[in-house]
Design a binder for this molecule. Structure first.
Ligand SMILES: Nc1ncnc2c1ncn2[C@@H]1O[C@H](COP(=O)(O)OP(=O)(O)OP(=O)(O)O)[C@@H](O)[C@H]1O
Ligand SMILES: [Mg+2]
Length: 343
């Protein structure tokens, strides 16, 4: 089975902050924190307790058997002070955390480590044993060394996928948050952006460039269109003005002369990494038909767009977020972001 989410190892000498980082990363990305320590204990992947080192003697074969299925599915953050035992094909990124020896000494003394264990761990950190192990076991480009001496450094190490979604529409913001968070943190700014006339692609590209210039940073913009097949794709990007002037009934009337009531809901997101960066578009399309309004009338034309027997407005939000044009576009955006994260 091929995995669609990455597997990440967070490794380093005991006390460098692996577990702290894994917890933070899991919370931020929605990936699973796989604590090898817990697996060794709960699934008894050991050959007993070492009194001198005050730790379990791990049976690596048993351990690999115990986690294989879960890891092969992807999306695991593996928390362990060794990394060479995991097959190369399982792993997409190896993070080696580092601390200065005086900091590590304080952390390990606080844990009341036996003298021998404390000294060996300090030596190991100074000699960069785990960094070398990671470099020897995996391709150089997937091994990253990060500092973990203090809270500021831990904060800097957090994955930073924050998008500034430019919209004044609270409903759209709600849907985007529901679909993208917690993997991608969605912030919001309501800006009035002039819209040009053109195809949906042109409208979104222009809006995105303009927003990035205004905000001077990364932005996400969105444009939705509703295309009536009988009208060769109109109103298309002009749907919001048609909707405002004609309302639900007027939009139905536009199709009165035609038997074909089918329509496409098209959502286009544009993401720009900042001013001067060419926007990338993510488009989702859902086929449906135009019907007299049913369900709560508050969110644009949701009440007149029917998909498999229910209008968008009649659908439960979670159901709508599985099949809607917006959800499909966001799924593409999400996939792109997760690839970027491991790139
Ligand atoms: N970057 C950091 N800044 C400040 N304190 C930290 C940092 N990283 C970890 N700590 C603290 O150091 C201690 C050890 O951290 P943690 O348990 O995450 O280490 P670990 O690498 O998982 O250790 P082990 O190998 O024993 O499981 C904890 O008290 C934690 O709060
Ligand atoms: Mg730990």
């Amino acid at each position: 089975m091929s995995r669609t989410l990455p597997n990440i190892i967070i490794t380093g000498t005991p006390g460098v902050g692996k577990t702290s980082h894994c917890e933070l990363l899991a919370e931020r990305t929605g990936l699973k924190h796989l604590s090898v320590n817990d697996v060794v204990k709960s699934k008894e992947c050991h050959e007993g307790w070492d009194e001198e080192y005050q730790s379990w003697i791990v049976d690596e074969d048993k351990l690999l058997d115990a986690i294989e299925d879960e890891v092969k599915q992807g999306g695991c953050i593996i928390d362990w002070h060794a990394c060479d035992l995991f097959p190369k094909s399982w792993i997409d990124l190896v993070v080696v955390l580092r601390v200065e020896s005086s900091v590590l000494y304080d952390r390990l003394s606080e844990r009341k480590y036996p003298e021998l264990k404390l000294q060996e761990n300090l030596d190991s950190e100074i000699m960069e044993v785990l960094l070398q192990e990671a470099r020897d076991s995996y391709d150089e480009e997937i091994v990253v060394e990060l500092q973990s001496n203090n809270a500021e450094q831990m904060d800097e190490n957090r994955p930073r996928h924050i998008v500034n979604f430019i919209t004044g529409n609270a409903n759209k913001l709600g849907e985007v948050k529901a679909i993208l968070e917690p993997a991608i943190q969605v912030e919001n700014q309501a800006l009035d952006l002039l819209e040009i006339q053109g195809t949906l692609q042109e409208v979104t590209l222009d809006k995105c460039r303009r927003a990035a210039d205004l905000v001077q940073g990364p932005v996400l913009v969105e444009d939705t269109c509703l295309c009536f097949n009988a009208l060769k794709g109109l109103p298309g990007p002009y749907i919001k003005w048609f909707m405002k002037d004609l309302g639900h009934e007027g939009l139905n009337n536009l199709l009165a002369a035609y038997e074909d009531k089918s329509a496409q809901a098209v959502c286009t997101f544009g993401y720009s990494a900042g001013p001067g960066h060419e926007p990338i578009l993510f488009q989702g399309i859902t086929d449906g038909k135009i019907v007299p309004a049913r369900g709560p009338p508050h969110f644009g034309w949701d009440a007149i767009f029917e998909y498999e027997g229910q209008t968008y407005a009649e659908m439960d939000k979670t159901e709508k977020n599985k099949i809607s044009h917006r959800a499909k576009a966001l799924a593409k955006l999400q996939e792109w972001f997760s690839k970027e994260m491991t790139a």
